[in-house]
Design a protein around this ligand. Structure first.
Ligand SMILES: [Mn+2]
Length: 251
C-alpha cells in the first residue's frame, strides 16, 4: 500500500506543437513523468495549456493524445485527484474529461489550503497590468454565444483555423523566455497586489513559460511552473514545503 503524500503541479505541455513528431516526444516525457509520480501523488494540478488547442464539441473531441489520456486515466483510477485548469490555449473544456476520468476543471483561480499553507493557483493569463488585447480576446473566447457559434463550424475547418492560429503563438517558436525583472514580471506585480489584501504562502502559475521561484515577502513565494518544451519543470508540495523541480527520464 503506497502512501499518497505529495501534491504535484505542472502546466504548459502544449501537446500538439510544433508538429506531430515533436508533440509525441513531449507526450512521452509527460507520460514518463506521470508514471513516476503515480504511487505517491495524492493530487495532480495541471495548470493550463496542457493542449496547444482543445475544443469539445457536443459529440466530438480533437484527435490525438491517446497515451497521455491513458496515463491520466490510470492515475485517476489509482485514486489520484486530478485538477485541470483552463489555459489560454485550451479553455474549451466542457465536461468530457470530467465524465471520462473524473478530472475537475477549474476556469480561473483556485484557492486551496494544504498542510497549513494557502495556495493561490491560476493559469496566469489575463492577470496583472497590460495585455489589453488578450483581455478583450479572452472575453470573446469565453463567451457562450461565441463558443456556440464556433461549434457550428465543421471541425475540420474550425480545428484547422484554431491550430493555424495557435501555432503562431510564442511557444510554437520553441524559443526560451527571458526573465524581465521583478518590476516587469506581471505575475509578480499581480501577486504583490493580492498580498496587500490577503495572505498566501504560494502563488502558482503557468503561462509564463519560464520556471521561476521568486520570494515576494518573508512568507510568500511565486512559483511559475515553466513549460515542457525546454524545461520539463514541475512543482511538488510535501512535508518539506513547495519546490520547483526538473524532470529527467531515466530510461
Ligand atoms: Mn502556455
Amino acid at each position: 500500500m503506497s502512501i499518497r503524500n505529495k501534491i504535484y503541479f505542472a502546466s504548459d505541455f502544449h501537446l500538439g506543437v510544433a508538429d506531430y513528431k515533436l508533440s509525441r516526444q513531449r507526450e512521452a516525457n509527460v507520460v514518463a513523468w506521470l508514471d513516476s509520480i503515480k504511487e505517491d501523488a495524492s493530487e495532480l494540478y495541471l495548470v493550463g495549456d496542457v493542449f496547444d488547442f482543445w475544443f469539445e464539441y457536443r459529440h466530438a473531441v480533437p484527435k490525438g493524445f491517446t497515451r497521455f489520456f491513458g496515463k491520466l486515466a490510470e492515475l485517476a483510477d489509482l485514486g489520484v485527484r486530478i485538477i485541470m485548469f483552463k489555459g489560454n490555449h485550451d479553455m474549451w473544456m466542457f465536461g468530457y474529461l470530467s465524465k471520462e476520468m473524473g478530472v475537475e476543471i477549474v476556469s480561473d483561480e483556485l484557492i486551496i489550503e494544504r498542510g497549513g499553507k494557502r495556495f493561490y493557483i491560476h493559469h496566469g493569463d489575463g492577470l496583472g497590468p497590460g495585455d489589453l488585447k488578450y483581455k478583450v480576446l479572452k472575453k470573446i473566447f469565453r463567451s457562450k454565444v461565441c463558443q456556440w457559434l464556433f461549434a457550428r463550424i465543421h471541425p475540420n475547418l474550425g480545428i484547422g483555423i484554431a491550430l493555424a492560429w495557435s501555432r503562431r503563438s510564442r511557444i510554437a517558436g520553441l524559443k526560451k523566455e527571458r526573465f524581465l525583472g521583478d518590476e516587469k514580471e506581471w505575475l509578480v506585480v499581480y501577486s504583490k497586489e493580492i498580498l496587500k489584501r490577503e495572505h498566501f504562502d504560494y502563488f502558482i502559475y503557468g503561462h509564463r513559460h519560464l520556471p521561476l521561484d521568486i520570494k515576494l515577502n518573508e512568507s510568500s513565494r511565486y512559483v511559475n511552473l515553466g513549460e515542457w518544451i525546454s524545461y520539463f519543470s514541475y512543482a511538488v508540495f510535501d512535508a518539506e514545503g513547495l519546490s520547483l523541480r526538473y524532470f529527467k527520464r531515466n530510461d
